[in-house]
Design a protein around this ligand. Structure first.
Ligand code: GLC
Length: 551
């Protein structure tokens, strides 16, 4: 009977879950090599439990030459020695469950590292061999095959093709990302079977789900056809769109020959059957940047994936009208297929929230307000490690940069290292992250560490801790009636809605304090700024702030 009750409580756990992204390399080092490891994640589970999240998602920790932070996988069913070994991974899964949390791992199906045994086999095999058919190998154009098979660019900069040096078999292979990340051919049955094996491998070890990397990229159309505007397309995809009219960008993104093709859905329908064949609810979340956003719902139809990251907030300005329309749109788009929304303020690929919102005191203020708004919304909420501390991007000398984006764009794009600086845990040397030399320079001050913030009532960390607790227990927030949100009339630049029973959320995205007349008695539950007050029938909502009221 007890078992039955627990199973029931667990049902749909993911629909409203708060999921914390661990970037293992930067989380906690325990062996002194200057990079985080799985033992370090085990060590910090008690912190994550205290913080109040429901699950963790781990970025890749698989065997990898680490040319793209582990998203260049050379063996998806083994752990890279830098992070531990399979037995540490098993311990981590078990300990995470013992802590009452779920655990999601990354799967990277668009490409394999060129260190993967298949790629080595391919380059040692002839042009039309079965070994090459697992990837996208083609002859070049021009009299000596010196021109790539098409004009696509890599998302990381430079061409999307690299030619083998071997004189006889000098074909080109496709890589939408770094040249060490060879795109897999999903028409090939070996590829399909191998990924099914990988899914089952981790499911058998007890993981609760997968975050699917580049989920929109697996199927490609018309590989041998040139794109009419490869430079414009690259700019649009990299969001480097200064000066590009919105309609031009939208047109470029609405038809990308290597993203969001019909062929991906059949793959996810077959994966869904695998997830559903396991006990407990094993889930999947797609990293898929699709345009227009209404196409996102296609990934979360009932027989496909569970969630798709909604990246609107990751790039959104702190602007009331923009945010209200984004929230309405997402809720209605994914709601139409019965899927919950997701909310993401930052991740390992994007600037830190505080930095993106202006940095310094303004950035801090807005980031707190934005987070509190986000935590009140129906659906899944993803938090990237360090976001709860209100960290800014680290300043990194060019000589210390590691991201292939920096190198492939020849330094024009500084890359993503700023958001990947290791966690400042304590006020010990290297902020308690490592006893060795951190892989990226850590230039925090002690006020930013977990140790300090735990003891400061108004800290960003304590704001996250308190709001996540209310999110977990308040009857208006904990239920998984995903779409329930009642909009309230309010002033320009403000956001106001109710969640029943009895919770109202107000956010002020302007740079002026505002007074709002409430038409019923209210009690302040939590606010992102100490300057927010309820005085009689009035709510004094400070500039750049959010509050939750009990009505
Ligand atoms: C995803 C990952 C990113 C990686 C890329 C290529 O976007 O989030 O970190 O570089 O895929 O695998």
């Amino acid at each position: 009977m007890l078992f039955f009750v627990m199973e029931k409580q667990d049902q749909g756990w993911w629909r409203n879950a708060t999921i914390y992204q661990v970037y293992p390399r930067s989380f906690q080092d325990t062996d002194g090599d200057g990079e985080g490891d799985l033992q370090g994640v085990i060590k910090r589970l008690s912190y994550l439990r205290w913080l109040g999240v429901d699950a963790i998602w781990l970025s890749p920790f698989y065997k990898s030459p680490n040319k793209d932070g582990g998203y260049d996988v050379s063996d998806p069913r083994d752990v890279d020695p830098r992070f531990g070994n399979l037995s540490t991974a098993k311990d981590l899964i078990e300990e995470t469950h013992n802590a009452g949390l779920k655990i999601i791992v990354d799967i990277v199906p668009n490409h394999f590292s060129t260190d993967h045994i298949w790629f080595k086999e391919a380059i040692n095999s002839p042009g039309n061999s079965e070994a090459r058919k697992r990837f996208h190998f083609y002859d070049g154009r021009g009299s000596t095959g010196e021109i790539p098979p098409n004009n696509w660019n890599s998302i990381f900069g430079g061409p999307a093709w690299t030619r083998l040096e071997d004189e006889i078999n000098s074909q080109w292979y496709l890589h939408l990302f770094d040249s060490t990340q060879a795109d897999l051919n999903w028409q090939n049955q070996d590829v399909r079977r191998d990924f099914e094996r990988t899914l089952k491998f981790w499911l058998d070890l007890g993981v609760d789900g997968f975050r699917i990397d580049v989920a929109h990229g697996l199927a490609k159309d018309e590989i041998l056809k040139d794109h009419p505007d490869p430079t414009g397309l690259t700019r649009a995809l990299r969001l480097d769109v200064t000066g590009m009219p919105d309609n031009e960008r939208a047109a470029l993104l609405s038809d990308v020959p290597f993203f969001d093709r019909e062929g991906v859905h059949e793959i996810y329908r077959s994966w869904r059957k695998i997830f559903d064949s396991y006990s407990g609810e094993r889930i999947s979340v797609a990293e898929a940047w699709v345009h227009p956003s209404s196409r996102a719902a296609r990934y979360v139809r009932r027989d496909e994936l569970h969630q798709i990251f909604n990246f609107d907030f990751l790039i959104a300005p702190w602007d009331g009208e923009f945010l209200v329309s984004a929230i309405k749109r997402i809720l209605s788009e994914v709601g139409a297929v019965g899927a919950p929304a997701t909310w993401v303020l930052s991740n390992h690929d994007s600037p830190r929230l505080v930095t993106r919102l202006g940095g310094g005191e303004i950035g801090q203020r807005r980031a707190r307000a934005f987070a509190l708004l986000t935590h009140s919304l129906p659906g899944g909420c993803y938090i990237y490690q360090g976001e709860e501390l209100g960290l800014s991007d680290g300043s990194i000398p060019d000589s210390a940069r590691q991201d292939p984006v920096y190198y492939r764009t020849k330094g024009i794009d500084k890359g993503r290292d700023g958001a990947r600086v290791p966690m400042p845990w304590s006020n010990d040397p290297n902020f308690g992250f490592t006893k060795g030399r951190p892989w990226l320079p850590m230039s925090f001050d002690t006020s930013q560490s977990v140790e300090t913030q735990m003891h400061v009532k108004e800290s960003s960390l304590n704001l996250y801790h308190a709001s996540l607790e209310i999110r977990r227990v308040h009857p208006a927030l904990k239920k998984s009636h995903d779409q329930e949100l009642i909009w309230l009339e309010t002033q320009l630049g403000l956001i106001a809605f109710k969640r029943e029973p009895g919770l109202a959320v107000y956010a002020n995205t302007t740079n002026q304090d505002r007074i709002i007349r409430l038409n019923q008695p209210a009690k302040l539950l939590i606010s992102s700024s100490a300057d927010v007050k309820v005085i009689g029938p009035e709510l004094h909502l400070a500039k750049d702030s959010t509050c939750w009221l009990e009505m």
